[in-house]
Design a protein around this ligand. Structure first.
Ligand SMILES: [Zn+2]
Length: 364
């Protein structure tokens, strides 16, 4: 866990949502209950007030110091939600009422001071509702949170156990490269190496995982060593191909070719629109399809061009600067450097282990 990081949790057992943070390794502090903060110090009348009860629109605060109780109600006086076209999202706005001092936290007091619901003033509908209040019980909630976390942990352990049983049944072991559990290849002379399996490699290559056909991680670090070699060769390639003005010019040339391809396609489409749309159904239409169609019916040959990008990360266009390429390039070099160090550390600390199947067989 990260100390200071605020997390929100809904605890089903007590039906409560609150935010909390770790103040040290195992001490939790609740920071918010719904929208409401606490304790409120010297905010209302110079005394300290603690959260007492709350719901989605209002919280009742109780004075902690004196025997005779005073309360403050503090909540939302108006809420609105509008669709904002410019960002394509529903935007919620809240207005908060001035805190109001009350001498009791009962239904009547709260109804007395509750603002009228906007748009429902004529029927005297109140915004603050006493009935849906949750009593603020931080100690109880923290206990329940711990219980809840324990349940999740137990569930995860059970899931882990189930997976291990499945891996044992299917004779799966961990691939040294991608670290997934893959079946071992036991037939013939393969001696239990990892089967071929696909994996999206870091960088730009997709295909068969480099860890395939090596011993699983439990038996040998050879799969990971091959993976590190692969990462190193990717890094070497990058170091030998640092972007420069020449590369930028080359990419921009491709951009020009792509732009004129799109322009030509558009013009051809305009001219042949009617005929094309009559012969091809709406949902079958695409650039590729149009290119095929115009080749067959009008004997026009166009070579498909694709948008230009650099290292599969940066979309290149006519205004792209060399500094942008260098940023992408540097980020890839840094990522690979980091990965290589990380993976090498695992190899340095490698120890032989049993595979899930070996573990199961040993315990039977
Ligand atoms: Zn793999």
């Amino acid at each position: 866990m990260n100390i200071g990081e605020i997390k929100q949790v809904y605890i089903p057992i007590v039906k409560v949502t609150f935010s909390y943070t770790y103040v040290d390794d195992d001490e939790i502090k609740i920071t918010n209950a719904g929208e409401h903060k606490f304790p409120i110090k010297k905010l209302f009348d110079g005394s300290t007030y603690d959260l007492f009860k709350y719901n989605g629109t209002v919280a009742i605060y109780k004075r902690t110091e004196k025997k005779k109780n005073y309360y403050f109600a503090w909540g939302i006086s108006n809420r609105d939600s509008k669709y904002d076209k410019s960002i394509g999202e529903q935007v919620h706005t809240y207005e908060w009422a001035e805190p109001v001092k009350i001498s009791g936290a009962t239904r009547d007091y709260i109804e007395d001071i509750s603002p009228l619901k906007k748009g429902f003033e004529n029927i005297n509908a109140k915004l603050w509702d006493y009935y849906s209040f949750t009593t603020f019980k931080p100690d109880l909630w923290i206990t329940k949170l711990h219980q809840y976390q324990d349940r999740i942990r137990i569930k995860e352990e059970q899931d882990y156990q189930k997976k291990q049983e499945k891996y044992a049944r299917e004779n799966r072991a961990q691939c040294g490269a991608c670290e997934r559990y893959i079946e071992r290849w036991d037939e013939g002379n393969w001696d239990g190496v990892i089967y071929d399996h696909g994996f999206q490699q870091v960088g730009h290559r997709a295909g068969v995982c480099v860890g395939a056909r090596y011993q699983p991680w439990e038996k040998s670090p050879e799969g990971k060593i091959a993976y590190i070699k692969d990462l190193e060769s990717q890094k070497d390639w990058l170091l030998n191909n640092k972007p420069d003005e020449k590369l930028l010019a080359k990419l921009k040339k491709s951009v020009e070719i792509y732009v004129s391809f799109k322009k030509m396609l558009k013009e051809l489409y305009e001219v042949n629109k009617k005929e094309y749309e009559e012969s091809v159904r709406y949902f079958d239409r695409s650039d590729d399809d149009f290119i095929r169609w115009i080749r067959i019916y009008h004997n026009v040959n166009i070579e498909t061009q694709y948008p230009v990008n650099y290292l599969h990360s940066l979309h290149v266009w006519k205004e792209t600067q060399l500094s942008e390429l260098l940023n992408v390039w540097q980020a890839k070099v840094d990522l690979l450097t980091h990965l290589i160090i990380n993976e090498q550390d695992k190899v340095d600390n490698w120890k032989a282990q049993q595979t899930p199947k070996e573990k199961r067989d040993a315990s039977n």
